[in-house]
Design a protein around this ligand. Structure first.
Ligand code: FA5
Length: 344
């Protein structure tokens, strides 16, 4: 009996001073397992006089229960402590100064592209996409520029093979959109995207640049609709006071074709270095869609007319933000890019 009580006391004291769940488990295995002191004491029971056996049994059961309970209580206590410690260590000190993570900025070309998308989507246009690797058929033939046509020289081309090329303008998307419409108008799309030409790189030209195509097809579309649309574009992109001027030009896919100038926002049309003293800055090409293009793309040109325009995105961004070298767009120079921090 004394031995039992001694075991109990020793066990309870060890359990009490135990600090980890692992040590506690070791104590459980030791005191309640088959090779422990309790089991050894129980073995001596068979040599006891019968009348003592029952009492011994009861006491040993009670000792076992007490040790088991003490272990369970301690387990709950240690688990709670572990959770409290974990929470303590995870506490966020909101008074600590925050880490300044570098935040990227939006690229000026993306900015202009998004501004154009906002403007035209607001006027009911949808945004179309086309492949940058294009077939000769779409880039030239369907744009009314057959092989050996002198207009091919207007756009020096990166050919991949005889029939595949890097698109020289976003105009082939017109053909994709028209063909998909299967002769049924109306159509109102813009298509911003990358374009490629074998131009020598200089301050205003790059072998890879971006354009935004616009195409509107309907039953009573006139040059006045084109003029009104471009006027709105000029005012929204460059300021309410801007005016536009159309000069006759030539594109095989539009007839008539125009070159569009915007009154210089730097000098208000008086003449300065930016507009080379003329008061006007050229920003895009446009015109009424050539009936031949409509016919080749499955539209009845007696029934449908439309206009198209092609805006040089770098040109717009350069004018709007006073950038004087087109290479700045592609140089990844953070001093340049950081000037266009997101304001939203
Ligand atoms: C065209 O590419 C016609 N597809 C535009 C068009 C569309 C006319 C629909 C009528 C109807 P152009 O070759 O002029 O036109 O190019 C249009 C604009 O792209 C130019 O005004 C210029 O801003 C820009 N651009 C042309 N070549 C380069 C270049 N190498 N680097 C940077 N921008 C260029």
């Amino acid at each position: 009996m004394d031995e039992l009580l001694q075991i109990k006391e020793e066990a309870l004291s060890k359990i009490d001073s135990c600090t980890t769940l692992k040590d506690l488990n070791d104590l459980r295995v030791f005191y309640l397992g088959k090779k422990g002191p309790m089991q050894a004491a129980m073995k001596s029971m068979k040599n006891m006089p019968k009348d003592q056996r029952a009492t011994f049994g009861q006491v040993s059961n009670k000792v076992k229960q007490d040790i088991t309970k003490a272990i369970e209580d301690k387990k709950v206590q240690l688990e709670e402590e572990a959770i409290i410690n974990k929470i303590k260590n995870e506490t966020i000190d909101i008074a600590l100064p925050s880490q300044q993570l570098p935040v990227g900025t939006i690229h000026p070309l993306t900015m202009v592209k998004e501004q154009l998308e906002d403007l035209f989507v607001g006027m009911g246009y949808t945004v179309a996409e086309g492949p940058e690797v294009e077939t000769d058929h779409f880039n030239f033939e369907l744009m009314n520029i057959p092989k050996d046509h002198p207009a091919r020289d207007m756009q020096d081309t990166f050919y991949i093979d005889e029939n595949l090329l890097m698109r020289t303008h976003t105009s082939p998307v017109q053909a994709h959109v028209l063909l998909a419409a299967k002769g049924e108008g109306p159509i109102k799309v813009i298509c911003p995207g990358k374009t490629y030409r074998r131009d020598d790189d200089d301050a205003t030209h790059s072998h890879q640049f971006s354009q935004c195509e616009g195409l509107v097809i309907g039953k009573n579309i006139t040059m006045a609709d084109l003029t009104g649309t471009l006027e709105l574009f000029a005012k929204k992109m460059f300021g309410e006071k801007r005016e536009i001027r159309l000069r006759p030009s030539y594109f095989p896919f539009t007839e008539p074709s125009v070159e569009v100038d915007i009154s210089c926002f730097n000098c208000d049309g008086k003449g300065c270095a930016m507009c080379k003293g003329t008061g006007w800055i050229e920003v895009l090409g446009a015109g009424m869609v050539n009936p031949r293009v409509l016919e080749m793309c499955g539209f009845d040109s007696e029934e449908y007319q439309g206009f198209a325009f092609g805006i040089g995105l770098e040109r717009v961004a350069m004018l709007k933000y006073g950038i004087d070298n087109i290479r700045d767009f592609y140089s990844d120079d953070l001093r340049f890019l950081n000037q266009f921090a997101r304001k939203d």
